[in-house]
Every structure is written in C-alpha cells, then in structure tokens.
Design a protein around this ligand. Structure first.
Ligand SMILES: Cc1ncc(COP(=O)(O)O)c(C=O)c1O
Length: 400
C-alpha cells in the first residue's frame, strides 16, 4: 500500500495508507493492483457500485451536452428530478444543493423562516444526542456530538439537544414557545447505526402535529433506497414536513436536496436562499439516472433482501464471538457493535481486502452498494469475520 501523505493538503482527514485508482461494481483496485470488496460505498454514496454503465453514459452524454448554466434560468432536468423525488417521497417542492450539510442548512434556514412567520423571534430546533448533521457552522451546531463542536465555539444558537429514542424528553419541551421544529435521523448513522423503537418516529410525528412543529428527517445517509424504502421515515409510516437527501442521490456526483411539503414548501421566496452549482443540468441529469436505474432494477427491494442476507451470514459467522455485542441494521446499512473501541479493525479489513469503517468508536459499519450479488454478500461476510477474528485473536494473544 502506498503512503498517503501530502504536505500540500490541510490534514483534515486521518487517511488510510491506500489509494484506489479504479472501480467496477462492488470492487476497487488500489495503485498496486490489489482488488478489494467495497462494503462502504464511499460512505453510503455508491448505491449502484462503481463505474455503473447507466451512470457513466448519463455523465458522458450530459458532459457533451451542457454542464452548467445557472439558477437564473430554467433547468429541465432539475424540474424533472424534483418531480420524481416528490413522487417517491410524498413531498411537494425541492431545493437543490451540493451536499448533505447544505441540504440540512437549507432545512435549518426553513425553521427560522417558519418561526418568524409565527412571530417567534428566536426559533429553536430540537435535535438529538449522538446525531450527525454536517460540518457547516449551522449543521455542526445542530449535531449532538461535543467532539464535532470542539474548537468551533461559539456555536450557532437555536438548538436543543435531547437523548435519541426518548419521546418523553421531546414531549417535555412542548411548553417551550420558542421550539418550532424537530430534526431527526430515522436511524443514527455516524452515531453507530442506532435503530429507534418502532413507535419513536410516529410518536415524534404526532408531537410535531400537536405543537405545530416541523418534522425534519435527515435522510442523507438512510435515503434513496438504502434501508429498503425510498426514504426510511416513510418506510416507518411517517411523512415528515422536510426530508433532506444527498449521498446516494448522485452515486458519486455531488448533489443534495431539501424536500418539503405543506407549510414548509411555501417558506422560501426569491432572495432567501441559493447556490451557484445547486441543481445544475449535469448533477440533476445524473440524479435522474440514479433514480431510474434504482427503480428499474428494483434496487431498494434488493437493498432490503441483500441486507437481510448479509446480516444473516454475519450472525452465523460471529454469534460465538464474545466481543460482538450486536449486529443490527436495515437494508444495506449495517452495524456490528463490539464491546470495545475497534478503530484498528479498518486496517485489518484492508489486509483482508474488504472496505468498511468504524463509527462511534466501537461500531463496524457496512454501507455497501444495493446491487451486490449473493456471492459478493457472502464474501463480504467472510472477510469482515476474518478481520474481526484477526484483531480479536491478536488482542487475546497480547501478554497482560
Ligand atoms: C445523517 C447525515 N447528515 C448529514 C451528513 C453530512 O453530509 P455531507 O458530508 O454530504 O455534508 C451526513 C454525512 O455523513 C450524514 O450521515
């Protein structure tokens, strides 16, 4: 593996000593010709795998036709993608941007407009401990993780953090006249693939209706079919007022979307918000193709059945390992919780030629493409198992 240091980069990432130069389907090749199975998909981005021919064709056609104009003009693909997203999600109007954080930033700006429309001068939003909403000042302030805040104080005001999956903690704020919205991940992603109780999201929905709060589902990680539904919240029987989406929507082309309905759809007026690149002809053409291919090949359903198979294989292989606390997930979003910090596992995975990451310190996370074949699923399970065994056996052998 080649070293990955460059003195000309700001060292914002702790990079691994491997660099990929080519991909195809669920496979990646490094610059020394080694082949890996990709069970991370660029952190929930490459839902269709690498170099998918449909996406390659859409990219090259559109690059040869028109990349960018400006939101000063009509953009046909943007209109079409908005209408497809609305059909798939139950939402009514979409704002396009370039990333997950930007989609959430748009949602946060909506809550301010909403609050002011109700004559609330200092509107506040409930968010959850262990959540992750992005790295801009607004979204990091919304994030319920002190590590993400550290060094960036003063934070943006207007967020109240409460424990996840605790409806009483939310209900206790019902008397607060400044609260205008709740922002929630239907499943915590960076927080460790934490699945709330079945009644948590429906109960949140009800509380939001009762108190005239907007319900914002951050589906940057869970959205676009990953959990077996186009959006995890709607799969849980809930229609939010706002859904934010990014990652898999572009399969690697940067795109984000803030989907709205009802009162939330009418808040932003010309001059309130914008983005130079957001929703340009190129990104939205690719987004349209991603949705078309996912739908044509029934891939949200495949994410569900493939994810069930992957969990089953992992359970069969790992049920006897005392370090494994729990294997959990929905569709192609799976976490293996270990009883101790396991960041060294990622390197063990690279040695086994499988790519995953570790989040929340002790959760090995898998976010693979939805279109994995059964043999690839089984091989990922084998390699992940060998990675865990190699680290745990090495730990067992360490003298006290
Ligand atoms: C739930 C959630 N929200 C927001 C973000 C931020 O997205 P981006 O990195 O595209 O800004 C992420 C990224 O991991 C995420 O998982």
């Amino acid at each position: 593996m080649s070293p990955q240091t460059s003195s000309s980069l700001i060292p914002s990432y702790a990079r691994l000593p491997v660099s990929f130069v080519r991909g195809e389907g669920a496979r990646l090749w490094d610059d020394e010709g080694n082949e890996y199975l990709d069970a991370l998909g660029g952190i929930a981005v490459c839902a269709l795998g690498h170099a998918h021919p449909d996406i390659t064709r859409a990219i090259s056609d559109q690059a040869a036709t028109l990349l960018h104009t400006s939101n000063l003009f009509g953009i046909e693909h943007q209109e079409r993608l908005a209408s497809r997203l609305c059909e798939l999600s139950g939402m009514e109007a979409v704002f396009f941007c370039n990333s997950g954080a930007e989609a959430n930033e748009a949602a946060i700006k909506l809550t301010r407009l909403y609050g002011h429309s109700r004559n609330i001068d200092n509107p506040r939003v409930i968010t959850f401990n262990d959540s992750f909403h992005g790295r801009t000042m607004g979204t990091l302030s919304a994030t319920g993780n002190p590590k993400v805040h550290a060094g960036f104080e003063p934070l943006v005001s207007g967020f109240v953090h409460v424990p996840y999956n605790n409806i009483d903690a939310v209900a206790a704020l019902a008397e607060d006249p400044e609260i205008v919205a709740v922002m929630v991940e239907p499943i915590l992603g960076e927080g460790g693939v934490v699945i709330p109780d079945d009644d948590f999201l429906p109960a949140l929905r009800e509380l939001c209706y009762q108190n005239e709060w907007l319900l914002i589902a951050d589906e940057i990680q869970t959205g676009v079919g990953r959990t077996g539904h186009w959006y995890a919240s709607t799969g849980m029987g809930v229609i939010p007022d706002v859904i934010t989406s990014a990652k898999a929507l572009g399969n690697g082309i940067p795109i984000g979307a803030c989907l709205t309905r009802g009162v939330a759809a009418g808040l932003i007026q010309p001059g309130h918000h914008g983005s130079t690149f957001g929703g340009n002809p190129f990104a939205t053409r690719v987004g349209l193709q991603v949705l078309e291919t996912l739908q044509r090949d029934d891939l949200p359903q495949r994410a569900k059945s493939g994810g069930e198979r992957l969990q089953l294989k992992l359970n069969q292989a790992l049920h006897n390992r005392p370090e494994v606390v729990e294997i959990r997930g929905r569709g192609m979003m799976i976490g293996i919780e270990l009883d101790t910090d396991c960041s060294t596992l990622v390197k063990a995975g690279l040695e086994q030629r499988v790519i995953f990451n570790v989040t929340a310190g002790n959760v090995l996370r898998l976010l693979p493409p939805y279109n994995l074949r059964d043999d690839e699923i089984d091989e990922i399970a084998n390699r992940v198992t060998r990675s865990i065994e190699s680290v745990c056996q090495a730990t067992d052998a360490t003298p006290a």
